[in-house]
Ligand binder design. Sequence first.
Ligand code: P71
Length: 464
Amino acid sequence: MRFPSEPFKIKVVEPIRRTTREERERLLQEAGYNLFQVPAESVYVDLLTDSGTSAMSDDQWAGMMLGDESYAGSKNYYHFEEVARSIFGYTHVIPTHQGRMAENLLFSTVVKPGMCVPNNIHFDTTRANIEHQHAEALDLVIKEAYDPHCDIPFKGNMDLVRLEETINRVGQAQIPLAMLTITNNSGGGQPVSMENIRRTRSLLNRYGIPLFFDACRFAENCFFIHEREPGYAETSILDIARELFSYGDGCTMSAKKDGLVNIGGFLSLNHDQWAQDITNMLILVEGFPTYGGLAGRDLEAMARGLREVLDEDYLRFRIGQVRYLGELLDAAGVPILKPIGGHAVYLNAKEFLPHVRRDEYPGQALVVALYREYGIRGVEIGTVMFGKTDSASGRTTYPELEMVRLAIPRRVYTNMQIAYVAESLIELYRHRDRIGGLTLTYEAPVLRHFTARFQELPPHRNTG
Ligand code: P71
């Protein structure tokens, strides 16, 4: 693991352009210091997300040429269904164009107003889709997840004591399902252990509550189990996945992550009545059940991607590349969230910029500085994304953690580019006192991080 070299060679390349600091300064001003508003062409290393940004293999591209674009009964659907059943093991396989549509279909079918859905930590689209049903999305991860220094192997685990308390408080009839997000994205890309999954299952069994997985990064979670959990070192990733999913009743999936595709998702489950209701809704809003908003070629790429992602050499490289970046930063004293996650390194912005007050958005200030100086794009996961300002009192509630996520696309960047990111950050950290905070000048009523605008404050405003 010390040298996670690539288990592939490069057949097609996509040129990327270096920009000048002046150009980036101008782009930042035009974008209102919001990196979502900067054109991707002007980014050198883009670590905004690992979602839909993967490089497909030659086998996947070959599969694209075998797309059967029949409206009903495309052969690619049957291939995809067979692959999905062989990994996840659930009866019904319902394709969608991406993850949030799978969430929307599931929750609009089974979640009623006033109900609640527990999860380790809901990703923002899951939370939004539950709240859209006037229900409550509850985060019940173990408390260690909120301590950026606590280095434990399965920091994505469900807190079973709080889960049982919740069931007793609200009543099992008010909980149509519980979820586990693997790996736990909002908590730093941290895995859930097989033991915790097994125990969650048996607790839920006692109350007759179904368990669903938010399976976006399931292969990365399974690799961590293989690597860290006693008893799984000799078990293949596929067999770990099969056991893991056997403890659930279904899953939602954004195949834009561990499906290794640029678009695609699905919902898979055993419950016949739910599946029928969901399928009827799918036809209304997404498409016929054998394509679900995708082209036949997309289904073929997804089927092949789901097989490839279970390859142990690929996963060792993948997790190793993320770890390589994290370890370079950690060794140089750059504050990061521990342990290093599966798909991303999370910078601890509060410690990186201790002189920037929380109401001056240290995470956003760090994202802006990283782009201005080095052309690297990360994403703020802190007050801009999760803080809430009460319009009446003007008071802000702050999230527990103030982070910048550096999400690594799969099979896209070489280790030299990763080293460039590390060196840039180490240099930026040395000059951190030159970085000032920001003030918010525009925010949309929901999901403000996509369109917010900022102005820069002079550095040292609070320390001089
Ligand atoms: C990520 C994303 C993509 C994203 C979505 C919204 C805002 C910014 C970035 C998407 C996830 C996810 C989990 C655990 C469901 C979805 C939705 N993640 N669950 O991390 O991480 O999937 O994008 O295919 O609809 O950058 P979808």
